[in-house]
Design a protein around this ligand. Structure first.
Ligand code: A4P
Ligand code: MG
Length: 282
């Protein structure tokens, strides 16, 4: 088994969701075991193309794959995420780089390890130094190198295991809706979102689902922006999402829905999701 470090980056749509997808994809490979994951960092884009802020993270894994086997696994996960490869340095759903692979040095057409620009990039070194401050890159320690470079524009956002996956039931693309404002805030704070709408195709860069239960992983929380009448119509789908808690936003409270959720072992609360997010109580 070899220890390797992977840099993760996303700057389109549900950025936290893409990072989680990548970590899940790696963890579910039989040849890989993920041993540490950094916090999620929000970082200013580096490079010539004007684009949105990135979410970056670094993980440590142990693998029985050789470096080329690991690279093809990363490329497959990137591809699954629908990455568009038409603009170099341009926005991407998911970018996965091998930073270090044991103490191997490789320099050929398809693979360069250690990653050639990692020593100059705070969006790589800050998360790397968080999980392994004393890892050596060439003749320097990660934490020493981090101190030598400019890390303005690199902000630790949220611990990876604090980042929730939130289904927004009755999501809307209209900026005046609470659901829309809650979605912006959730994404900004580093949570991943699953907008569910019968009307909209894509909200704030995130494709909508028709049914929450179709999402690839169980969601932590459902936040309801749906009338009590509609809730009862879609109740089997809501319960099938295997969520832990449901938030009834103002105007959506329903005794019957509450009873059905609680019978299924799901916690319910009445609160305004946007206010919870703004006051740090989410
Ligand atoms: N490749 C070679 N070495 C490696 C390696 N160590 N890990 C080859 C992974 N791949 C490696 O990669 C093209 C090819 O590089 C791969 O098929 C593989 O054979 P790519 O990811 O499609 O190309 P790219 O990422 O567009 O180009 P490049 O130069 O690798 O860009 P970077 O360096 O990945 O930078 N700003 C912030 N804040 N955060 C970011 O994450 N990322 C970039 C992209 C720019 N600005 C950023 C961020
Ligand atoms: Mg890359």
């Amino acid at each position: 088994m070899v220890e390797a470090y992977i840099g993760l980056g996303s700057n389109m749509g549900d950025r936290s969701g893409f990072l989680k997808y990548a970590i899940n994809g790696l963890s579910s490979s039989e040849e890989v075991s993920v041993t540490a994951v950094s916090s999620i960092y929000k970082t200013d884009p580096v490079g010539p193309v004007s684009q949105d802020k990135y979410f970056n993270a670094v993980l440590c894994l142990e693998t029985s794959l050789d470096p080329y086997g690991l690279l093809s696994l990363l490329l497959r996960i990137e591809k699954d995420c629908g990455r568009l490869r038409n603009e170099r340095w341009g926005p991407r759903t998911l970018d996965l780089d091998i930073l270090l692979f044991g103490d191997l040095e490789i320099e050929d057409a398809s693979l360069k390890v250690p990653h050639p620009s990692m020593l100059e990039r705070a969006f790589v070194l800050a998360p790397l130094a968080e999980i392994r401050p004393d890892i050596r890159i060439g003749n320097r320690l990660a934490r020493e190198q981090l101190e030598r470079i400019d890390s303005i524009g690199v902000e630790r956002l949220i611990a990876f295991d604090q980042s929730k996956t939130v289904g927004i039931i009755g999501a809307s693309s209209k900026p005046d809706r609470y659901s829309n404002r809650a979605q912006i805030k959730l994404m900004d704070l580093g949570h991943s979102v699953v907008p569910v709408s019968q009307r909209d195709g894509v909200i704030l860069g995130v494709p909508c689902l028709r049914k929450i239960a179709d999402y690839w992983e169980p969601v932590d929380t459902l936040t309801l922006y749906l009338s009590p009448h509609r809730q009862l119509q879609v109740m089997p789908e809501l319960v099938a999402a295997k969520t832990k808690r449901v938030i009834f936003n103002p105007g959506t409270e329903s005794m019957e829905s509450k009873r059905q959720f609680e019978t299924a072992g799901i916690l319910t609360e009445q609160a305004c999701t946007l206010v919870m997010l703004e006051t740090g109580q989410f």
